[in-house]
Design a protein around this ligand. Sequence first.
Ligand SMILES: O=C(CO)[C@H](O)[C@H](O)COP(=O)(O)O
Length: 280
Amino acid sequence: MNSPTAPLIRPIVQTRDIQTTKLVSPIKDQNLTVLERSKQLAAWTAVDQHVKPEHRVIGIGSGSTVPYVVERIVQLGAEANEERVFIPTGFQSKQLIVESGLNLGDVDQFPTIDVTLDGADEVDRELNCIKGGGACHLREKVLAEAANTFILVADYRKNVEHLGTTFKQGVPIEVVPFAYAKVLQNLHHIIGSPEASLRMAVKKAGPVVSDNGNFIIDAPFDQEKMKDPFTIMAQIKMLTGVVEVGVFCHMAKAAYFGNQDGSVTIKWNDGRIEQVVASQ
Ligand SMILES: O=C(CO)[C@H](O)[C@H](O)COP(=O)(O)O
């Protein structure tokens, strides 16, 4: 882990329709792949911009980008974090919080969260996103909804015009186990996802079981249908037996994407796109 550095962001330089910001790259002495470096850049920049000194309750998402969020938060120092409580979206983030020596809480104790930072499988131009690649989207949506500010962090592969462009495995759907076959039938014959299937575990026989004891269905839709993510989300959510749908519509304030060239693209919910450029 790196030692604390100065804030990454320097003053914004306005260009025609994209704002350009300079930052000092935090990672040149690290042995990270380009992909990992892009995740780290997105996460660090988001923490620097959205975790404020006065924040006391912070939601921590799931996935492979979120450890860099926690890494940066730890770098803020023990004093900055001692009065804070961190709320996990699942087993992985709970472990991260505990192993990092941060205070653990739960959303039933703290139903209002100052800021939640989380990963995403894909984010479109309106900040709709697919989540649930790690089967955590039920708790992730609860923490997104509980948060005054919800921020997405991701690598360049997740930055798309329309959902379903690169993330082809489909919309993750958490279902209660006894209803999975009925929900699959509904998806195949009513909702329009003939390839929807139960997510199977890799190093265990049988289905993936979520942190809540439920099954996960992945439901791919054609490009045309994916252009209206709200309708897909609402239709699936109405099916009895569905607990939560991994489509988050208009929940995020901003999405941070680390790029291969060491820059970060920030999409804001007011339509602005900001380009953060590493200066070395
Ligand atoms: O939604 C999620 C887990 O349910 C993750 O946030 C999403 O899958 C992105 O993960 P990664 O940062 O590894 O790309």
